[in-house]
Design a binder for this molecule. Sequence first.
Ligand SMILES: Cc1cc2nc3c(=O)[nH]c(=O)nc-3n(C[C@H](O)[C@H](O)[C@H](O)COP(=O)(O)OP(=O)(O)OC[C@H]3O[C@@H](n4cnc5c(N)ncnc54)[C@H](O)[C@@H]3O)c2cc1C
Length: 361
Amino acid sequence: MSAAPRSTAAGTPEIREQVALAPRTTLGVGGPARWLVEAREEADVAAALAWARARGCAVRVLGGGSNLLVADAGVDALVIHVALRGVETRPAGAAIDVTAAAGEPWDDLVRLTVERGWAGLECLSGIPGLVGATPIQNVGAYGQEVSETVVRVRALDTVSGRVETLAGSDCGFAYRNSAFKRREPGRFVVLAVTYRLRPGGAPTLRYADVERHLAARGVAAPTLDDVRASVLEIRRSKSMVLDDPADPNRRSCGSFFLNPVVPAADAQAVLERAGDAAMPRWPQPDGLVKLSAAWLIERAGFRRGHDAGAVALSTRHALAIVARDGARARDVAALARHIQDTVHARLGVRLTPEPVFWGDP
Ligand SMILES: Cc1cc2nc3c(=O)[nH]c(=O)nc-3n(C[C@H](O)[C@H](O)[C@H](O)COP(=O)(O)OP(=O)(O)OC[C@H]3O[C@@H](n4cnc5c(N)ncnc54)[C@H](O)[C@@H]3O)c2cc1C
């Protein structure tokens, strides 16, 4: 699919034309990038931005493609694939600061920190994608979010052209959200992230499923490694780890919808429409209430494995839309819209997609 490399000026990384994006995403659908560049050095990112600016073309940043729905028409932009590598560690008092380049595979970093006995990322085991995307949606799972450990984000500001170091407290982290995603999407290219971890620290145990799993394994005083093993097993049982090429639920971007966070009165109205006092709901410190998108989808009448032709709901998780052979981005988007409309009509709450859409699928 990719055309011959385009020759570039000395010092500018190779920019290729019409590069297929589907194989670079976990859903495996969508059209090509008008241009694509592999940025292996920080200077490559700056050079790519200058190249795009000179031609007046848009820029998109690609990590592992695990939270992306690319339109069938592709993207008329220069896609910068962030392939920066490297991990550095530095003591920070009793803690340790681990700085990883944006192109480091996320789960390799988690494994390394667990092996070293550094607490803080263990519950985030098995999440696909690269380090650079973790601050974008404040990646979280099983009772942990990266916002708890991110102390610095090194990023290139595409507006000023300068490299900035943002403190974790300036990143505007919220549930699956951040200033990078909310305020000015695409403005910052994340180059590296620093996580502050606790050497010898106890693992985080805030999630009933993990505690139950550990208890079932007979683990009374879990280590970081025990928690990582339980999280990976639970995730595998839901097809939420991408290590089995034969898994028919493999082609997804994980949870397709966010858990809605609504005012208490709206949560009560949803509960009344659902007619089930057991509806899962979690009051938040700010008075809002978080609902379970998966529960709402099932309550609205969708079963796991719901078949919509080239796409389906995962047989193991109602929140994951799975692409099959021949699926197009528009099939994924159509099922997503159908689910949104049905949940809204039956229960009065509109689900918001979690993945980022490139173009209009
Ligand atoms: C099976 C499965 C399970 C998942 N489970 C979870 C989970 O438990 N919790 C969770 O939070 N997420 C989960 N996800 C979603 C996804 O893995 C995460 O959001 C991940 O952080 C995305 O990383 P990526 O490198 O693939 O980003 P991409 O999909 O490539 O990009 C996602 C967004 O981030 C931007 N971006 C990527 N890299 C950079 C960068 N360096 N600088 C600036 N912007 C950038 C992109 O432009 C895009 O807007 C899951 C996905 C799958 C497929």
